[in-house]
Ligand binder design. Sequence first.
Ligand SMILES: Cc1cc2nc3c(=O)[nH]c(=O)nc-3n(C[C@H](O)[C@H](O)[C@H](O)COP(=O)(O)OP(=O)(O)OC[C@H]3O[C@@H](n4cnc5c(N)ncnc54)[C@H](O)[C@@H]3O)c2cc1C
Length: 565
Amino acid sequence: MAFFQPPPSLGNQFDEDRVLRSYLARVLPDDARHDIAPALSELGALAAGELYQLQAADRLNEPVLTPWDPWGNRVDHIEVTALWKRAAVIAAEYGLVAVAYERRHGALSRIDQFARVHLFNPSTDVYSCPLAMTDGAARTLSLHNNSNITGRALPHLTSRDPAQMWTSGQWMTERTGGSDVGLTETVARRDDDGTWRLHGTKWFSSATTSQMALTLARPEGNPPGGRGLALFYVETHDAAGKLQRIGVNRLKDKLGTRKVPTAELTLDGTPALAVTGLNDGIRAISPMLNITRTWNAVCASSLMRRSVALARDYARRRRAFGAPLSEKPLHLDTLAGLQAEAEAAFHLTFRAVELLGRDESGEATEDDGHLLRLVTPLVKLTTGRQAVQVTSEAIECFGGAGYVEDTGLPTLLRDAQVLPIWEGTTNVLSLDALKAMGQTAAVTALRAEVAGLAASVRDPALVEVSRVAVKSVDRALETARGHIASAASGIEGLARLEADARRIALTLGRSLALALLARHADWSLAHENDPRARAAALRFARNGVDLLGASPDLDDARMLAMDEA
Ligand SMILES: Cc1cc2nc3c(=O)[nH]c(=O)nc-3n(C[C@H](O)[C@H](O)[C@H](O)COP(=O)(O)OP(=O)(O)OC[C@H]3O[C@@H](n4cnc5c(N)ncnc54)[C@H](O)[C@@H]3O)c2cc1C
């Protein structure tokens, strides 16, 4: 008999997700949990069934740009893949954006929404990208409440009717920079009739098929730098369905996210409306970034879960040296390490989700607000890095099969690799976290959060790892404080602070994740008699949360980095 390897398979992704189910049991009242369970169960079935099959069938398809029609007209039409078209319908029907604005469960609505996203994301080829920006745009427009714009766009962005739902782009990155958007070159000129028109090139536009976008441009005559930029609202098509003086120059040929039609755009007099005033655009668009960064973390954590779920299933099916991999101590040790990372990432991410929900519904305390400001970059950067490491290791768990394209597995790693890049790279967000730490109240709130979590734990081993979390946070804050004090007395201190920013931020992110995981594990032991989260917390602590070490010598770093003696 010839040997054939049974592939990994997935069951209902809600039923099988112990971590999500246990979390919801802790944080949601019974009525809310029962209310949302049918939708989650349906999404869990879609994620393992129709969408998963469509993902495999659609594997080789990519978006196609048609610049010209047969009669010589410039059309710049982008045809997206079959899975994306189906994902758009399901996203609307299941309220993947709408749920957050309907607020059926008050401050807990964000948990409902992101539980749906967590199930939907790994089977939908990064359709989460336009949805994240849509949610970000809805939040931004709600906050600025410009009646002309919000009244028109918000009902579309938050619609549950697939025929009515719009998605939104976020056009920030230009050739001059995605991190340093103060260098934006796009200019806004006012016509005689008062219409603003945008002229410039947007270098990365992912939601290119969206009906609208929020973007930055410099009103003519404004000063250089971020303060001189304004936030504009653009409708991409006119009433006849024609692009409004927007040229799609080409689609990017990318490492991953290959189903996302990321394009380079030329704006050649694109009509636009100023959303709120004619300067301070970076500040005005920042609510959008907080939302997209939260989506990024949910996508990172759900992609980690999917990778581990597939690797776990495969371990039962694949035999080597006379036994299934699931009986090999070293393979089990590898999987355990991955599960712990995924589990910690989940609890870290959903803490940010909880804070966001409280903030939006007016239930956040002042401390919650400070915590949210600091936790948002920490959660995004921590989970983004974890996702790359976990998906890479998970692929190795399949041996050669993990490297073969038609297993569908390599896509996990390719799609994970964007998570630490877009919406702010790890370094840029580490610096942003330092900026947030400039507010003493944010530091106090984080310290109190971790200490409070640790104090609530009863199981002796969990008490021990919670102490590790508190100690690591203290060390990171102490390091930052030391650098800040010496920065006040010279440029060298500032350089040290920047050089250590990533180690400080990752230590804070991982320590908070550990404290949250330990608190949940303690609850799960007491209420579910389930020791698995406890094992995850102990393993995550063992994986390491304190990444500080001694601060490296700056001159050595410069010498090594640039290979100059
Ligand atoms: C697939 C994909 C889709 C995208 N879609 C969109 C989109 O829809 N809309 C949009 O606006 N943008 C989009 N982007 C752009 C993305 O947001 C930017 O690429 C990202 O923010 C980084 O900016 P950059 O490319 O200019 O990198 P740079 O800013 O040039 O960064 C290069 C390196 O320098 C580091 N760095 C930068 N500044 C500092 C500093 N001060 N200290 C230390 N290190 C630093 C960074 O961490 C990075 O490692 C997309 C990108 C990708 C890959």
